[in-house]
Design a protein around this ligand. Structure first.
Ligand code: PLP
Ligand code: TYF
Length: 389
């Protein structure tokens, strides 16, 4: 049975965790995997989460099965944060809890695979390295479109739009709602509205991956592109992660929403539930129950919002400091979120690892939260000889 299997490469991003750990140098800097870090370099459990977990431990009456949709109350309470009060109540929208944003994406991929007319999924270059495999493993054809102009550090919108003009009606366009991973580059408001018009005109289905809401420009701003796209497109998909903005990474908390017309919405939900049952039966409860506890309580909710805002502003401050430190990093000031892709050749990435203990992805992507106010200057001095722009 297994003789035909070939060896597979390990996940390069997650591999950085082990490489960093093995480095004995006290001055090493971890700019690898995308988890938030505070000024001490830690990724602590948020206070609101700790409080909600205590409450849950004391009051949760049972751990008996829920169902394939997971915690429906969690989904209902999260919806207004994602969509705003008006859209959250839209009867054309159906949502379920998923194991993280990855679970939401995989469930979306399986749903797309069942869609009419052999739909393809268009993904930007570059994007999160898991995007293409998630769709391919579900049997969906993936097509690339240009996204990032490395020279200017901005979205190459003309190239993106002209590639998407080739997409067939019914094809799916995967978009990062905010905080683009890995580039940090964002469409401006005019580009979002041009893209919305293109998507609607050509009958494309936007699939918005929203994994960093609140870590870019704030909870409202980070959701605004998702909301306007959803308001305009008759069919749309949102894959959501709570793993970054609630700091729940390993607990795997996410949600999938689909917007469809009244005639097909019930069948969409039935298919989502059938697919979820064969993928994971039901999603893990603990993290979502914790988020529910927070969102059911005004005090915990404001504590969570405050902590999230501290995280956001720490990242934004570091981003601004980087942009100021070297003219070739100036484009970072116009980007958003945890990530930036530095104009560094591949050999520089390895040289920086060997000579300075600076760990970043092979693409030149850095997790900005891995820096500290005091390390910005030495970091910029270390990369300066290699910067290309
Ligand atoms: N989408 C993007 C763009 C991501 O960076 C991540 C990171 O993990 C995910 C989705 C998946 O999130 P989760 O850890 O909740 O599965
Ligand atoms: O891009 C990142 O660093 C995060 C974390 O297989 C991550 O999205 C990285 C790789 C992976 C799963 C999560």
């Amino acid at each position: 049975l297994f003789g035909a299997l070939e060896r597979q490469p390990a996940d390069a991003l997650l591999g950085l965790i082990g490489l960093f750990r093995q480095d004995p140098r006290a001055t090493k800097i971890d700019l690898g995997v995308g988890v938030y870090r505070d000024d001490a370099g830690e990724t602590p459990v948020m206070q609101a989460i700790k409080a909600a977990e205590h409450r849950l431990a004391e009051t949760q009456p049972t751990k008996a099965y829920l169902g394939a949709e997971g915690d429906a109350r969690f989904v209902d309470l999260l919806a207004p944060i994602v969509f705003g009060a008006a859209l959250a109540g839209d009867p054309g929208l159906t949502g379920v809890q998923t194991p993280g944003g990855t679970g939401a994406l995989r469930l979306a991929a399986e749903l797309v695979a069942r869609g009419a007319g052999d739909p393809k999924v268009w993904i930007g270059t570059p994007t999160w390295p898991n995007h293409a495999p998630i769709f391919r493993e579900a049997g969906v054809t993936v097509r690339p479109h240009p996204f990032f102009d490395a020279a200017s550090g901005t979205v190459d919108f003309a190239a993106m739009a002209s590639a998407l003009a080739e997409a067939a009606p019914g094809d799916v366009v995967l978009l990062h709602g905010c905080c683009h991973n890995p580039t940090g580059a964002e469409l401006d408001a005019a580009q979002w509205s041009a893209l919305t018009a293109l998507v609607v005109e050509r009958g494309l289905i936007p699939l918005i991956d929203l994994a960093y809401q609140g870590l870019g420009r704030g909870l409202e701003d980070d959701a605004s592109a998702t909301r306007s796209m959803l308001a305009a497109a008759p069919e749309a998909i949102v894959a959501y992660s709570c793993d970054k903005n609630f700091g729940l990474y390993r607990d795997r908390v996410g949600a999938l929403w689909v917007k469809a017309d009244g005639g097909s919405l019930a069948a969409v939900r039935d298919n989502i539930l059938v697919l979820a049952r064969s993928l994971w039966s039901m999603p893990p409860d603990h993290g979502a129950a914790t988020v529910r506890e927070i969102l059911e309580d005004a005090t915990l909710t404001s504590s969570w919002r405050r902590e999230l805002e501290e995280m956001r502003s720490r990242i934004a401050g570091l981003r601004a400091a980087l942009a100021d430190a070297d003219a070739r990093l100036a484009p970072l000031a116009h980007q958003g979120g945890m990530f930036a892709m530095l104009p560094l050749p591949r050999d520089a990435i390895f040289a920086l690892r060997a000579s300075h203990g600076i760990y970043m992805a092979e693409s030149g992507r850095i997790n900005i939260a891995g820096l500290r106010g005091e390390t910005v200057a030495s970091f910029v001095a270390a990369i300066a000889p290699y910067l290309q722009r």
